[in-house]
Design a protein around this ligand. Structure first.
Ligand SMILES: [Zn+2]
Length: 59
């Protein structure tokens, strides 16, 4: 199981994003950010994705 702590991505939010793989947890993180943080696809820069990728934890 892979997880990202939303707070570590810079949001004031206790949501934990989960997925089976890096790609899935990133995808789920994008969905969560769009749904709950009003992010748009265009806001997801490669730099931001790279930063978030660095926050993925394995458990
Ligand atoms: Zn969040």
């Amino acid at each position: 199981m892979k997880t990202i702590n939303c707070r570590e991505a810079g949001f004031d939010c206790d949501h934990i994003v989960r997925g089976e793989t890096d790609e899935e947890v990133l995808k789920n993180g994008m969905e969560h950010a769009k749904k709950d943080h009003n992010m748009k696809e265009d806001d997801m820069t490669p730099e931001m994705k790279e930063k978030i990728r660095g926050l993925i934890r394995s458990s």
